[in-house]
Design a binder for this molecule. Sequence first.
Ligand code: C2E
Ligand code: MG
Ligand code: MG
Ligand code: MG
Length: 293
Amino acid sequence: RAKSEGRNGYVFHCAELDRAVRERVRVNDELQAALRNGELTLHYQPQVEVPSGRINGLEALVRWNHPRRGLLYPGAFIPIAETTGAIVGIGRFVLEEACRQIKRWQAEGIDPPRVAVNISAAQFKGAAPLDQQLRETLARYDVDPALIEIELTEFALLESTKANSDTIRRVRELGISVAIDDFGTGYSSLEYLRTYRVNRLKIPQQFMTEVAIESGDAAIVRAALVLARELGMDAIAEGVETPEQLAFLLSAGCRNVQGYYFSRPVAVEALRPLLDDGVIHRAPAAPETVRLA
Ligand code: C2E
Ligand code: MG
Ligand code: MG
Ligand code: MG
């Protein structure tokens, strides 16, 4: 078995590398087919205002109904799609499907809350400026821009350039809300806040783990909330699972939360009763439901 010793002591096995490359090519081919065959679908996770329990947003999260492997989560294919470019087609699908779903809800007499869509770095820097893509798609589906939020990770914003901040400004001028996803887990976050004027910060799940026991997590979350408030931005906490975490967030003045405590991401059919109520008071026990096409 051929192998070479890496400089850091890592050992690379050629056979394994080869397998990884072939796996990537295969997944990419399958993803292109999945897009054509309608195997991608969106689940929606409610964003909840506390303490009222009002659902004031939905995050659209992509899933892949794989013909053989079953329901796949983004971790199984988004990172690969980002390296092969398939992410651009996926991103287009996600935005269009979110628009179609908004129109379906409206046709059914439901007044949908704002839908948040994750935008990858490649999509942000794509051939057409993001604001143009968004304007064109929303116009085509006749969707009110106030019903869309985009989530950008710090990765998309790596170079804090004038061009990038202009793009964000133009997106906001369309009436679309802009959020920074997983705030504080990337690089030079504070620099971004100076360059990019966004509507809100999403405080990531990884800071929620120990908030309830007054650890460093609690200090970081409080500081992020103060930062958002001082800069005139909204904040939402992600990955809230327990009543203790919720109690901490309430005491820290965080009014928006998203997490399993209230609801997992769910398929459209499972979301229906929640949208009919408009409020959630506690976590439903059911896991994320699988719907195979
Ligand atoms: P994200 O945008 O930060 O999404 C939140 C992730 O946290 C989701 O995982 C969600 O299911 C999970 N989550 C929500 N609440 C809780 C909780 O209380 N506890 C725990 N343990 N997890 C929770 P998911 O759906 O697997 O998505 C993972 C990531 O994949 C997303 O992170 C996002 O970065 C990416 N992704 C998902 N959909 C898309 C998409 O349409 N386009 C792009 N570019 N990326 C996407
Ligand atoms: Mg997100
Ligand atoms: Mg996030
Ligand atoms: Mg993320």
